[in-house]
Design a protein around this ligand. Sequence first.
Ligand SMILES: C[S@@+](CC[C@H](N)C(=O)[O-])C[C@H]1O[C@@H](n2cnc3c(N)ncnc32)[C@H](O)[C@@H]1O
Length: 391
Amino acid sequence: MSGDVAVGARVALADRLASEGVLDAGWRSAFEAVPRHLFLPSVYWEFVDGVAVRRDQDADPEGWLAGAYRDTAAITQWDDGDEAGGQQDFTSSLSMPTMVARMLGDLDVEDGHRVREVGTGPGFNAALLAHRLGAVRVVSVEIDEAVVGLARGNLAAAGLGGVEVLVGDGADPAVGPGGRADRLIATCSSLVTDLPVTWVGQTVPGGVIVAPTATLFGGGATARLQVADDGRSAAGRFTGAADFMRMRQQRYQAPPVDAYLPGDWPGDAEASVTDLDPESIGGSWLAQFAIGAALPNVYYRRAPYGDMVTWWFFDTAVTSWATVDSVPDRSEFEVRQSGPRRLWDEIHTAWTTWEKAGRPGYERFGLTVTTTGTRTVWLDDPGHPWHLLAH
Ligand SMILES: C[S@@+](CC[C@H](N)C(=O)[O-])C[C@H]1O[C@@H](n2cnc3c(N)ncnc32)[C@H](O)[C@@H]1O
């Protein structure tokens, strides 16, 4: 595929996103004009059926270029750039075009708006913003200095070097120009109960914040918040599922199981049975989001043994744990719970509340964030905090 063919590939990708209803008409010319392949390094990894496939420009220039115009994320950095890290975690990427288009649509920009982006990565999203609004109206903050260097080079190659790319933590109010932007978009996720409240102070009253959120339990969704007239809070609903890499300072290192259970399983745990198969939770990103938003300090691990899968649940305070054994074709599952919290009972209550509410989708959930540091997920309206309903 030559550079000229890439024009056709851009248009084809834009056509596809538009036909799927994710690309607003206002963003179409930016998607057609900005060459996505200019934001890819000579080697990147594309996820195909859950497997990271290496694309090397020297070895396979056509495959490398074709990958740039598929609707997939491209991994551009592993393990914070540590070459000896063994490619355990991907830590910078070019986001999936569908997500980029959806989030830009949610941002609802108008001519003349100034936008702050958190998480520059290779710079493609910043380039789209710059194409639409003008490079001088876009400031992007990226925590990884090496990634910043690449993004600046990519933006310059695309003729959009006027975008200001700053090195720093996008949650730090000292990073970047003072004053408030009209729009703030994050492309790295924060825990829903830990969304940086500094973003409220960095956005004008009436302005919009679009940010992917996650829960420690699992699941994630894009929040679209509008800043209140007094500039002290922002509130709004979630717009759909999102799965972004976590802000670096919010990555969670789980303690070893020994920290919870020093001896052999089941220790002093209380035994019971449940009718809820934890595998049905694992199969639903939305259910995980609902449970995680109700129980922000709980996480799980799956441990398969042959046909059986033992689900382990832990609290971050390292006081309590639970296990549930999922066995195919059973209607009852063995439970063990230990510690002051009955974690499985709490999860079961959150699940049941979600079910009885009609399995609400992301758009029925909302979030209110205040500059004093509160973050409240609610169901249907801000007067119904979800963590109280699902308790
Ligand atoms: C998914 S990538 C960004 C995608 C990108 N905006 C694009 O155009 O496709 C997420 C980026 O967020 C960065 N990041 C993580 N934590 C951050 C933080 N606290 N402040 C700023 N950037 C952060 C990562 O280093 C990574 O490059």
